[in-house]
Structures are given as C-alpha cells and as structure tokens.
Design a protein around this ligand. Sequence first.
Ligand code: NDP
Length: 297
Amino acid sequence: MPYLAAVKGDKMGKNYRAELVGVFGDPVDGNPTGVMEEAAFAACGLNYRYLTLKVTKEDFDDAMKAIHAFHMKGMNLTMPHKITVLPYLDELSEAASIIGAVNTIVVKDGKLFGENTDGKGFVQALKNNDVTLEGKKIVILGAGGAAKAIAVECALAGAAQVTVMNRTLARAQELADVLAKHTKTKAQAQELSAGQKIPADTDILINATCIGLHPDSDKKPDIDYDTIRDTMVVSDVVFNPADTLFLKEAAGRGAKTVNGLGMLACQGALNFTLWTGQEAPLDVMEDTLRMEFAEVS
Ligand code: NDP
C-alpha cells in the first residue's frame, strides 16, 4: 500500500491512528535508529511512527507507563535504561536474560516482552556475508555492552571458543564467567595489551570497543595487525564510518571484513519485524544509514 494511503486509511474505513514505537534514552540527540526505521515504514507503506524521546532516569517510570497509556507497539532502550527496564518486563528472551540487558520491548496483549537485538544483528550481518559461527574460535576486543551481547549470541549460535580481550581485565573475566555459566562455549579472558597479538587459529576477530567511532575515525585498536591472517573474518561494531581503519588494516592482510553499519541495519530490521510482523526492507535501512552518516562524517 502506498505510504499516503496507509496514513489516510483505505476505502474500507478511515484510520488516522498511527502505531507508535520509539526509543527512550538520555542522550538521544544523535541516535540514528529513528531515521532508519521511519524510512523502512515509509517504504512498506506502514502507518507507524518512531519517536526519539529523551527520558531521564528520574522520568523513566512515567515513560514506561506511557507505553501502556499510548498503546505503543514497542520500544527501543538505550543508555541509561537497558538494565533499569528489567523489573518492568513480563518476559525475557534467553539472550536478554543471559546478557542482563534489553534494547527492545515488544508489546503483546498488554504484556511487555524484552529482547536484546544487538548481538542478533551482529550474527545476522555475518550470515548475510556467508559467515557462520558454529565451531568457530572467536576473539572479541572489548567487554562492554556491545561485546557482551555479541559474545552471548556467538556462544548461543554454537561458537567453540570465545576469547574476550579487554583493557580492564576484570571486565573481560566477568564476561567470560557469564559465558561459562550459561553456555557450552569455552570462554577465556585476557588483558588487551599494547601491540596485542591475535592467535593464529582465530576464525573471527571482532572490534567491540568504541575505538574508531566518528569523530575519532583516525584511531584503531592497538593490536599487531601483522598477526591478522587471510583465513580470518574481521568485523567491527563501529558503524560510522562503516569502513574503519581497523577493517582497512584487516582487508590489507587479505581478511574478509564485515562492517558495523550492516550490524546496525540488521538490528533495526529485526526490531522492525518484531513490531510489525513484516519482513524489513534491509537495503532501504542500510542506504538510509549510509546517507545519514555521509552527512555527519
Ligand atoms: P561500553 O562503554 O559499554 O564499552 C566500551 C568498551 O571499549 C570497553 O570494553 C572499554 O574497555 C573499551 N575501550 C574504550 N576505549 C578504549 C581504549 N582507548 N583502549 C582500549 N579499550 C577501550 O560501550 P558499548 O559496548 O555500548 O559500545 C561499544 C561500541 O559499539 C560503540 O562504538 C557503539 O557505538 C557500538 N555499537 C554498535 C552497534 C551496532 O549495531 N553496530 C550496537 C551497539 C553498540 P574498558 O572496559 O577497559 O573501559
């Protein structure tokens, strides 16, 4: 159905009421998700609106009540609400429960279902590049929120081994302990030191730190890039720029690369499907992000 027809309602009866989704966070000013989701709704002729809403910690309780009051279809959560939201939810996905953080709510029959699509978007982006996780040895640089979501999904997808390398060893150990407790993957922690060598038997290397993110796009993780082999798949969570220095160095050593923009689009596409029940126009979402980042880079 064309977009305007969807907005105006069809001939069977007018329906001017939009379905609402959005994001609660603080800050949210630079959050690109709304632009991507709105482009997808428009492309599919869906009368949905994505609201990018600044919600402080103090106002979070009121905001959660508004989900019910406005009969919203769902919500994204970003800093600082991904953990605070847990007591408000009726049900959690397996991954969200292991990660202990939720970035997506789906409302069904008045009940709130919590999901974490950060890691699932990563796995889907790999799949779209013909990369599978079963039996693979994975090295993750970083142990923050993104690293945790990715590590858990890799483990649930059957990775043989996950090595978490982080500047702060205690945080890497904490994540390895979570993997060891809840999954069958062999998990280990290591301090990320200057000029870090990547083990030769690594199948997939992931930068899950924020190093290289705009405006610091001239930076890259401090590892020994000559230990990257052409048999490795190398991926970055940084989505702006899509072609990070980290990925350029890896591509220069013959490695296959998968960028963070694809991960972000896949994550948005999963949310779109959870809220609308329809397949998402992934190409539209990726193109929208590329255009958006071209403007801010
Ligand atoms: P966190 O703040 O939770 O974690 C940051 C991680 O980066 C920590 O492990 C931290 O180490 C490490 N780090 C930061 N600076 C340095 C440095 N100079 N040297 C070494 N390590 C460093 O952030 P998130 O996990 O939430 O986000 C990480 C990145 O992932 C961001 O760029 C974010 O935009 C991106 N992201 C991308 C998504 C996508 O869909 N593509 C989805 C979600 C996030 P330490 O513990 O020692 O401080």
